[in-house]
Design a protein around this ligand. Sequence first.
Ligand SMILES: Nc1ncnc2c1ncn2[C@@H]1O[C@H](COP(=O)(O)OP(=O)(O)OP(=O)(O)O)[C@@H](O)[C@H]1O
Ligand code: SF4
Ligand SMILES: [Mg+2]
Length: 353
Amino acid sequence: MVNPSLATSPLHTSDSPLLEVENLQVFYRTVSGLARAVDGVDLTVRRGEILGLAGESGCGKSTLAGALLGLIRPPGYIAGGRVLLRPSGREPVDLLRVDDGTLRSIRWRHLSYIPQGSMNSLNPVMRIVDQFVDVMAEHGTASREEARDTVPSLLQQVGLGGHVARMYPHELSGGMKQRVIIAMAIALKPDLVIADEPTTALDVNVQRVMIQTLAELRDRLGVSLIIVTHDMAVHAELVDRVAVMYAGKVVEVAGVRQIFANPRHPYTQGLIGAIPRVGGERKRLEGIQGNAPSPRDWPTGCRFHPRCSHVLPVCRSEVPIMRQIQSGGAEKQPDSGLVACHLYAAAGSEVSA
Ligand SMILES: Nc1ncnc2c1ncn2[C@@H]1O[C@H](COP(=O)(O)OP(=O)(O)OP(=O)(O)O)[C@@H](O)[C@H]1O
Ligand code: SF4
Ligand SMILES: [Mg+2]
């Protein structure tokens, strides 16, 4: 829940999404051909929401996140699309078309990043406070002295004592390092934080810290988050809406309850079917048959068709368009209840996002 005091401000009542991704394409040139890692993605992020980006390894999640952050480097390149960010207090910007100076002024202040394996991104030979000051002085408006003074309170916001500022990374536990990384990501009060696999490779206790801290941030600061993870249990605990990616495309977007109670796309059904249920009825996990395809040679038609147990003749030749399924309630949101599957051809209305 967004903090009610923040929810009444214009920032949090705006109907226009914070981020709109339109037909984004990101390819890699490789010796064995062009890898179409992200191949026509449409997505929106609302203000103050936590959007989960799900899908198995290699489906393009990190490439999509990297494109939003301006981090795609050769052999990767942006092959097409638009990424419109509406930073608070500034004109909207297309993140794919801004110059380096504008992008620098947006990073950390409006858009920040918790990278995959972020615990290792702290500099081992610098005190925590100096790492904050470097980021804040370069991207913010405060002087180094002013930035230094705010570090203890930033650490307190993520449940750490102010004394942690004077410590070196090796003096911190895994959970403390994760909190430091989160505090750094929110140091300049960004509109949007993108966290790539924030819980992967962490022990269960540190995972819990990470999930609780991220959820509290949204509640307290109203910051929007994109949580990129293949771990459906993290989506279930943390996010509001889930966008499911398969083979470089988004195939379903729905509220988290809808996704878990009534997944529509056969691929999403497979992802949910593969989650073990604690205390639930003992049955064989269904999962998804076959292997993920290569981005150098996506299957024709619906890219999921070689693995789909519901496949229809049309699936082999025609790419299913995104449709909105009207089922009432929250699902009537224009960016929810979306599915790209021929099974729903008669049930939904065509949408471009
Ligand atoms: N630098 C690169 N050069 C060539 N191909 C790449 C490069 N980076 C990623 N790819 C390819 O792009 C596809 C998407 O990769 P990406 O890392 O975005 O997937 P992901 O969904 O984040 O996977 P994971 O869950 O394993 O992190 C993969 O097939 C990958 O091999
Ligand atoms: S479009 Fe066809 S192959 Fe693809 S998920 Fe739907 S039923 Fe399966
Ligand atoms: Mg990844």
